[in-house]
Design a protein around this ligand. Structure first.
Ligand code: MG
Ligand code: ZN
Length: 269
């Protein structure tokens, strides 16, 4: 085993769009979505949208057909398979929902590669309508994260902390994401971990604002091809000599890797 847990965000990280927007837009409900967006939290809005979409005669079959057409960079599919083949444990932490994620992963033949998917519950009810519920029930109490960047229904940082507690420091983590919600888990990574923010996306902006707040090594990526290259490089470096990377000093050879490391994003330890 590689001794590595790779934690992926889903929207705009594994797939190349936001699955919620993709389904709403493809089914022709963008205007209603934009109209309702200021009135309720995103997670509640998606449940409401599924109610409206169902009321207008769209079936679960229609939603599944749209999900199967979700754009994804082909190298991401390969990156997931390669990371798994190299012995990494793969998990997903996403503010989309279980129904969208599982439908897309099954269609791509990727579901079996992930040992855990953390997302908002989503299931089809007896009327054939998709219901979407919050991962954390914020109507009862707050999840308690005081970062102010996490949505009320999910703090990804707390999920990552739970995963870290199970690992007991025995495995390194590589976290990949693009959104504001991926900043909280980024701050909880340790100095032996890695974060892969998508370049020019919100989490990358937040990290760039003060990269000294991030203890993990930062490695940006722009598209599926770069994600695959950077991820597999990190996995192979840790796997080849895990001892080398568990010591406090950083090996000199690191910056001589064969992909460009942005100087502003390489945090000295
Ligand atoms: Mg995302
Ligand atoms: Zn948080």
């Amino acid at each position: 085993m590689a001794g590595i847990v790779v934690v992926f965000d889903f929207d705009k990280t594994i797939i190349d769009c936001d699955s919620d927007n993709w389904v709403v837009d493809e089914l022709g409900f963008t205007d209603l979505f934009n109209q309702l967006l200021p009135t309720m939290p995103w997670n509640s809005l998606m449940d409401t949208m599924m109610k409206e979409i169902h009321a207008k005669g769209k079936t679960i079959g229609d939603i599944v057909e749209v999900l199967k057409r979700t754009p994804i960079h082909p190298r991401i599919v390969q990156a997931v398979k390669s990371a798994h083949a190299l012995g990494c444990e793969l998990r997903i932490v996403s503010d989309a929902n279980m129904f969208f994620i599982e439908t897309i992963l099954e269609h791509l033949g990727l579901k079996e590669y992930f040992s855990e998917i953390n997302s908002n519950p989503g299931f089809v009810n007896e009327e054939g309508r998709l219901r979407i519920f919050p991962y954390h029930d914020f109507t009862k109490c707050s999840h308690g994260c005081n970062l102010n960047l996490c949505p009320p229904n999910m703090c990804k940082g707390m999920i990552v902390e739970r995963i870290q507690a199970c690992l007991e420091g025995k495995k390194r983590m590589i976290y990949l994401g693009d959104g504001i919600g991926d900043y909280c888990p980024t701050l909880r990574l340790g100095k032996n971990d890695y974060v892969m923010p998508r370049k020019n996306f919100p989490v990358w902006d937040l990290i760039c604002r003060n990269s000294m707040l991030v203890k993990a090594e930062i490695h940006e990526w722009s598209d599926g091809e770069e994600l695959e290259r950077v991820l597999l490089k990190l996995i192979s470096m840790v796997s080849v000599d895990p001892q080398l990377y568990s010591v406090d000093c950083k090996p000199q050879t690191f910056s001589a890797s064969n992909y460009p490391l942005p100087k502003s994003l390489l945090v000295p330890h």
